[in-house]
Design a protein around this ligand. Structure first.
Ligand code: ZN
Ligand code: ZN
Length: 444
């Protein structure tokens, strides 16, 4: 009997010792998704024998490399890991900055987030990259298919997680077949599945063959893109095709990006009435800077630091309008324009964003408003390159490659005094070619 009690005592002592060596780590589990917590736990265990390794770095590196594996690309809201939900839960319209800080996942070490606003003239196209995951938002006109194809090729995009055709107009979905010609997409989003135009039929055909067919998203749907989250804030916010635009917000660390397609006032109002968090560091200005978009109430909720206008040189719509530019100027927004600055690259480190452009970094983007117009000074474009270099490094075109294009006509010219030159604009030769202009036989 004594012997038995002795053995029980030994077993208890052993259990206590085991408990001290392997403490429970349940304390960490309430803020992170299960997958990440597990990874951290195993990382901590694996680095334990090497006390020299600074733990945060080692842990972050492991997380960074395992993130793409543990996260299914283009995961839909319903099946998304808890992280996606955590990222957006509790972010309210008021006190947005304060509210988002504790709920946003911290970008991982070595994490990369870039947006390439592709210069497609009077149209929209942007390639978003986060941690090796890619989302293409619009693809320009039909004639831009080759531009989209070459951008994806240059970046060597393995596949697109998400393709978004914000709405059915050709200047948004027309060039997307170029993307599908280069690679496949896991998910293709568009507010409609049918639209009566050749451009749309082409897009729908490719989306079926290479992009899993068209999915119409719902307001509130959330997707993961690496360590960034994408949330649909509005879709089909009005009967006009522009107002059907998918409006989405990307959150990466403490920075955020709002893409509004061509949404006009009616759709803006519909989104405002939902009380969603619209705050964004960077706004892709709606409808190429038309004065029917970017209304004051909408802009007030976004309060962007930066805005990008995707617009064609000398376009016949008069975009961007002085009204829109003056609203942006009044809100103290730093504006970048594809018509003046070509391709625009934005990089986020999770705390700050930096921009680089292919030309005219110091362009007077508010030009034409009047003598009060604020000039965007070269200093607003950081002289130092972003710490994380965009995968598609901007190429500054030599001055010799500048040509003149007329407001109407189809030829580009070497001199502004050539025939048929009404309101000529100076653009790069490659831009002129991308816009569909051919060399004028008279001057070339
Ligand atoms: Zn448009
Ligand atoms: Zn449109």
């Amino acid at each position: 009997m004594k012997k038995l009690l002795k053995w029980i005592g030994i077993i208890f002592a052993a259990l206590i010792v085991i408990g001290m060596i392997f403490p429970s780590d349940t304390e960490d589990t309430d803020t992170l998704s299960p997958s990440i917590t597990e990874t951290q736990a195993s990382t901590a265990a694996s680095i334990a024998p090497k006390p020299d390794d600074p733990e945060p770095t080692a842990s972050a590196e492991t997380l960074s490399t395992t993130a793409p594996v543990t996260e299914a690309p283009s995961t839909k809201a319903t099946s998304a890991p808890t992280k996606a939900t955590v990222a957006t839960t509790g972010t309210k319209q008021t006190e947005a900055v304060v509210a988002t800080v504790p709920t946003t996942p911290t970008p991982l070490a070595k994490s990369v987030f870039t947006v390439h606003f592709i210069d497609v003239g009077q149209a929209d196209a942007a390639l978003v990259e986060c941690d090796g995951h890619y989302m293409l938002i619009d693809g320009g006109n039909k004639a831009d298919s080759n531009v989209i194809y070459s951008v994806l090729k240059k970046v060597a995009v393995p596949k697109l997680d998400i393709v978004v055709g914000t709405h059915a107009h050709e200047d948004h979905i027309g060039g997307l077949p170029g993307a599908f010609n280069y690679t496949t997409a896991d998910l293709t989003l568009c507010p409609v599945k049918n639209y009566d135009s050749n451009a749309f039929e082409d897009f729908a055909k490719y989306a079926t063959q290479k992009g899993g067919g068209i999915t119409v998203p719902k307001k509130g749907d959330t997707y993961s893109l690496g360590s960034a989250t994408v949330k649909i804030l509005g879709v089909n916010g009005g009967s006009d095709t522009n107002d059907t635009s998918i409006v989405l917000r990307i959150e990466y660390g403490k920075t955020s990006f709002l893409f509004t397609g061509d949404a006009e006032r009616e759709a803006e109002q519909a989104i405002l009435s939902t009380g969603e968090d619209l705050s964004a560091t960077v706004l892709k200005v709606g409808h190429h800077g038309s004065d029917t978009s970017t209304s004051y109430p909408f802009l007030r909720e976004i309060m962007p630091k930066y805005a990008v206008i995707s617009v064609g040189t000398g376009n016949s719509y008069g975009h961007p309008t002085e009204d829109t530019l003056s609203r942006l100027r009044d809100a103290d927004v730093k504006v970048f324009r594809t018509d003046m600055q070509g391709d625009i690259f934005c990089t986020s480190d999770g705390n700050e964003v930096t921009f680089s452009v292919t030309r005219n970094a110091g362009a007077d983007v508010f030009g034409g408003i009047g003598q009060n117009s604020t000039q965007i000074k070269p200093s607003t474009v950081p002289a130092t390159k972003p710490t994380t270099k965009p995968t598609t490094a901007p190429v500054v075109e030599p001055v010799a490659d500048m040509v003149w294009i007329p407001k109407t006509g189809s030829k580009y010219h070497s001199s502004s005094s050539c025939s048929n030159m009404k309101n000529p604009s100076k653009v790069t030769k490659s831009e002129a070619i991308n816009l569909g202009y051919e060399p004028c036989k008279k001057c070339y």
